[in-house]
Design a protein around this ligand. Structure first.
Ligand SMILES: NC(=O)c1ccc[n+]([C@@H]2O[C@H](COP(=O)([O-])OP(=O)(O)OC[C@H]3O[C@@H](n4cnc5c(N)ncnc54)[C@H](OP(=O)(O)O)[C@@H]3O)[C@@H](O)[C@H]2O)c1
Length: 253
């Protein structure tokens, strides 16, 4: 049986990956730290070919724990999707929450990738999809660490994807723009106001999933998002940084 692992798979873009994998007859292991969402999975999924693992991926020991549990399952597809955002000036925001974000987005995404990639290299087969964001392409005042961690995920993934080009392994990174999930609701102080160019998690997940299967290294869903990312190449960095600050203030204050 083909097997897969989706982190943050109990909600948003993650649960849409789970649906796509189930449709393609993968057994799916879903790691998430939201008990309610895990309990509700049975009502949201058409198949029971999945197993949920309650785990907070902000802890240093989590990747080893998950790997130990799943090593024998011979994971064919790993999707590092779990993530969250914080909003505010860096000198005012909560370090304990930010440390959790750095552990989740940077340390543990990297660690899980290393653990499962080593086995994929041994069998010369496997796929890894990491979830970054269009935030990865420029600095993000008021969400400084979120943008920086997503830039890390983008660069890290592109680099290791290049390293495995001669193997039967695909490593891909999906960079969504604003997507209608709890992520947006959690990171907005009231409610995000900019509605245009908002995508559905179903479309975003399908775009990334297809890109992974078509061997595309970096995928950016949506024409406007592609435009924004490419616009950065022509603007001085100080101007794109100011534009992001303006958008974040307008959107979330
Ligand atoms: N939505 C957007 O606009 C957008 C845009 C670009 C990129 N992304 C990225 O897309 C990915 C998925 O986000 P989403 O929009 O689908 O958000 P979401 O609906 O909040 O789903 C994320 C899931 O990951 C879980 N999670 C968070 N921290 C975790 C941890 N420490 N350990 C295990 N599970 C954890 C969440 O649980 P909780 O409910 O407890 O937090 C939630 O179930 C994230 O990496 C995000 O940065 C989102």
């Amino acid at each position: 049986m083909k097997t897969s692992l989706v982190t943050g798979g109990a909600s948003g873009i993650g649960i849409e990956f789970v649906k796509l994998l189930l449709k393609d007859n993968y057994k799916v292991f879903i790691v998430d730290n939201n008990k309610n969402n895990i309990e509700n999975l049975k009502d949201k999924l058409d198949s029971n070919n999945y197993e949920s693992i309650y785990e907070d991926l902000c802890y240093e020991k989590s990747p080893d724990k998950i790997y130990k549990k799943l090593k024998k399952e011979n994971i064919d597809i790993l999707i590092n999707n779990a993530g969250f955002g914080t909003y505010g000036k860096f000198y005012e925001t909560d370090w304990q929450i930010e440390k959790r974000m750095l552990n989740l987005h940077v340390i543990n995404t990297t660690h899980l990738t290393k653990l499962f990639l080593k086995d994929m290299i041994k069998k010369n087969d496997g796929k890894i999809l990491n979830i970054s964001s269009i935030a990865a392409f420029q600095p993000g005042p008021l969400m400084a660490l979120y943008y920086a961690t997503k830039a890390y995920i983008l660069h890290f993934t592109e680099a290791i994807s290049n390293e495995v080009k001669d193997k039967n392994i695909t490593i891909s990174v999906l960079c969504p723009g604003q997507t209608n999930t709890n992520f947006q609701r959690n990171v907005s102080s009231i409610k995000n106001k900019i509605k245009f160019n908002t995508s559905s998690p179903t479309k975003v997940a399908k775009y990334g999933y297809d890109a992974l299967h078509n061997n595309v290294t970096v995928s950016i869903p949506g024409i406007f998002n592609k435009f924004l990312v490419n616009l950065n190449r022509f603007l001085p960095r100080s101007i794109s940084t100011n534009i992001v600050k303006y958008i974040q203030e307008k959107n979330r204050n």
